[in-house]
Structures are given as structure tokens and as C-alpha cells.
Write a protein that binds this ligand. Structure first.
Ligand code: UD1
Length: 390
């Protein structure tokens, strides 16, 4: 008898798309191997995973959303909640209201959420209250800093989710310490590395740094968008002064997130910075250009979560402008170092003098995370006909 697992997959913001793409591919492969079509809507398959792909619309600009669908060959969303921007309360509330309708209509067996954005937390809350099981991909990461909205999203999501797919041992330890039963925790590796490995060849072929007139290792790649760095005028002025000074000896490519751009304009820094030679402020870039630039950068300065992991995988020195990280393995095993505005000058100098350390690629960051996830889901459903991890 054929059995079907119906899941709703949620994505909302830019960093989610790289985590969803390998999942949809792995489902396609699973269904094909079971005799069904890619999204499970076919006749007489043995076992199928059918998915409804929901985009909450948390990110909506072409460069923040649509561009990634094309490059990562993501299927079009079946539903777009079009929530857009707002305060955390407004954005979260809108997602909750609109996602509940989707769950009531679709009646999935499982909702799959990824990462730590507002969409992740809001959709988890809705599903749980409706008695629908939730699986969280990239579970267990903790910065232990509740001033970051993402930390609150992580804690809430993990405390409610039924199945926690973790990227590394530290994540398992965090969950166990919080009292999560061990049978809910499945260490599957880093799903974003699946996407990175799948697209690296193409990203390298583009040699995007040449478009900016730089050679390999002749520039730094910068991304900064956290409220703690860019919402304060004083800290943004200091950051731009550092970058301007750095650009006198090394190229600087800085694709500017919409939040950062609006602060640069608001604080009167946009035109000054843009007129400085060697400092290139660009629109947000697509996936291939970003990876192509990171890969050949002298170093990366960032406050993004994903870039800390991508630089570790690519063995590129990374300075993370934050007092903490939820991804400590990028420091203990990879190429990442935390920095602050007080130390930034010295830390850059050290890298320029070649005193950065070599890292290793953490275990299970091997390109097969999505397959492991789909393997676990299919076994739970098809062998036991119920989600039996509780
Ligand atoms: C969100 C995530 C953050 C993630 C980041 C990646 C939360 C709490 N934060 O932060 O974890 O690292 O995405 O980009 O979920 N805007 C646009 N166009 C867009 C999207 C946003 O112009 O497509 C502007 C709006 O003015 C908005 C601001 O950027 O107010 C911030 O967007 P928002 O989604 O609230 O948070 P991010 O800073 O992007």
C-alpha cells in the first residue's frame, strides 16, 4: 500500500532559501526513487513525500528573494503570505494569522522550518497550537544572547519542535542541557553546505571579483546588517571609517543589505562612503556572486551567521563583528574569530600579516545533510505510519 507524508516547508528570508533548496531536491530524488514525480503528485507511487512550499514574504525585494529562486533552482512557492516588513510584533503577528489559514487548509502531517528568522518561530508556534508536528532544521544553535531576536526565535522554535535536526555536536549539547529528549535530536550536518558544494563550481567560474577590478586575495568581502552594528550612528560611523582606511591598501567589496543602506542614508554616510576609492558599496548580491567573492577574498568581515560557516568551509579567514556567536564550531574548528570595534584594526592587521590559522571542515558538513533528513522523515512515516519520536 502506498503511503504519503504531506509536509509544509516554510521559507521567509534570504538565509532560508539556501537551506530549503537541498531539501526540495532530496524530496524530488526520494519520490523519483519511489516511482512518483518530484513533488509527489503522481499516480501509483509506493511512498511519496508531498510538499507545499510556503514563502512568508518576510523578504520581498528581487535581490533578497527572487534572485535566489532562479539561481538555486527553487520551485515557485505554492503560497506567498506577503507579510513584508514591520516591527517584530507586526511581522510575527501577520505571519501567524496568515500561516494558520494555510495549515487549516492543507492539513499537513508535518511543518518543516529552517534557521532562526521570525518566520521560523511564527510558523512553529502556529503548527504546534494546531497539533501539527514540526521539524526544525539547524536546531540547537545558541549564542546565549537574548538581545538578538534570532536567539529568541531559536529558543522558542526548539522548545516547541518535535524533531530537531542539528548541524554539530555543540547544538546537541545545548538541546540536551535544555532538557530536550535525546530521541528528538538528530545530528544530520549543515544543510547550507549542501548548497555551497552544489554551486561552488559555477560560483568559481564567474570570477566576480574581476568585475570590480580586483585579483584573487586583493580585496576584503564585507557584509553587515545586524541592528547592533548598523542601527547605531556612532558604531556605523566607526565601521565606515575603518573600511575607508582599509580600502587604501586592500580593495573592499561591501554588498549593502537594505537595513544597512537605509541607515547609511539616514546618517548621511552613503555618499561619503561611496565616493571613496577602493571601497565598493553594491546592491545585495546573488548567491553565486557572493560565494565567488568569498572564496577568493583575503578575508571576510561579517555579522552574518551563514558567512561564518561558508568561510570555514572555504578556509577563508573570517572576522565576525559580534560579541558572541551561535556557531562556535566555526571558531574551534574553522577560520572564524570574533572581533569588536575596539579590536578590529589590530585583527585586520594580523590577518594582513598572515597570522591567521588554518581550519578544518567540521564533521557532516559534507553535502549530504538533506538526504539524511529526508531519509529520517521517510522512515518515521513509512515504517511506523506515525511520527513516533515522542
Ligand atoms: C532578517 C532576519 C535575520 C537575517 C536577515 C538576513 C529576523 C528577526 N531577522 O533580518 O536573522 O540575518 O534577515 O537578511 O528574522 N527590507 C527591504 N527589502 C527586503 C527585506 C527587508 O527593503 O526584501 C528592509 C526593510 O526596511 C526592513 C529591513 O530591511 O524593515 C529589515 O528587514 P527584516 O526582515 O525586518 O530584518 P533583517 O534585518 O533583514
Amino acid at each position: 500500500m502506498s503511503k504519503e507524508l504531506k509536509i509544509v516547508i516554510v521559507a521567509g528570508a534570504r538565509p532560508n532559501f539556501m537551506k530549503i533548496a537541498p531539501l526540495t531536491s532530496a524530496i524530488k530524488k526520494f519520490n523519483n526513487s519511489e516511482g512518483a514525480t518530484s513533488n509527489g503528485r503522481s499516480i501509483n507511487p509506493k511512498n511519496v513525500i508531498r510538499y507545499v512550499f510556503v514563502h512568508t514574504g518576510q523578504h520581498y525585494d528581487v535581490e533578497m528573494s527572487e534572485a535566489f529562486f532562479r539561481e538555486l533552482e527553487l520551485p515557485d512557492p505554492d503560497v506567498n503570505l506577503e507579510v513584508g516588513s514591520g516591527t517584530h510584533a507586526v511581522q510575527t503577528a501577520n505571519i501567524i494569522l496568515r500561516f494558520e489559514e494555510v495549515c487549516l487548509r492543507e492539513k499537513p502531517d508535518l511543518v518543516v522550518v529552517v534557521g532562526d528568522v521570525n518566520s521560523t518561530m511564527a510558523c512553529t508556534l502556529v503548527a504546534c497550537k494546531l497539533g501539527i508536528k514540526v521539524a526544525h532544521v539547524e536546531a540547537g544553535l545558541r549564542s546565549f544572547d537574548r538581545s538578538m531576536p534570532e536567539e529568541i526565535n531559536r529558543v522558542i522554535t526548539d522548545s516547541l519542535a518535535d524533531l530537531l535536526f542539528t548541524p554539530s555536536e555543540d547544538a546537541d549539547d545545548n538541546l540536551l542541557r535544555e532538557g530536550v529528549p535525546i530521541n528528538k535530536i538528530k545530528r544530520v550536518g549543515n544543510i547550507m553546505i549542501d548548497t555551497l558544494m552544489g554551486h561552488l563550481k559555477e560560483a568559481r567560474l564567474g570570477r566576480p571579483y574581476e568585475r570590480y577590478g580586483f585579483g584573487e586575495k586583493r580585496y576584503a568581502f564585507v557584509t553587515l546588517h545586524r541592528p547592533s552594528n548598523v542601527d547605531s550612528k556612532d558604531s556605523l560611523i566607526l565601521i565606515m571609517e575603518y573600511l575607508t582606511r582599509l580600502s587604501q591598501k586592500l580593495g573592499v567589496i561591501f554588498p549593502v543589505h537594505p537595513r544597512t543602506r537605509s541607515r547609511l542614508v539616514q546618517f548621511g554616510l552613503w555618499n561619503i562612503s561611496n565616493n571613496s576609492n577602493g571601497l565598493i558599496l553594491s546592491e545585495p548580491l546573488g548567491y553565486h556572486d557572493t560565494i565567488g567573492l568569498v572564496d577568493k577574498a583575503r578575508f571576510v568581515l561579517t555579522d552574518s551567521g551563514g558567512l561564518q560557516e561558508e568561510t570555514t568551509f572555504l578556509n577563508v579567514p573570517c572576522l565576525t563583528l559580534r560579541p558572541n556567536t551561535e556557531r562556535p564550531i566555526t571558531i574551534t574548528q574553522g577560520t572564524n574569530n570574533l572581533t569588536s570595534l575596539d579590536r578590529l584594526g589590530q585583527d585586520i592587521e594580523d590577518i594582513m600579516n598572515g597570522s591567521n590559522r588554518k581550519g578544518i571542515v567540521p564533521e557532516l558538513w559534507d553535502g549530504h545533510t538533506a538526504e539524511r533528513i529526508i531519509g529520517i522523515l521517510s522512515e518515521l512515516n513509512f515504517k511506523n505510519m506515525e511520527l513516533s519520536w515522542q
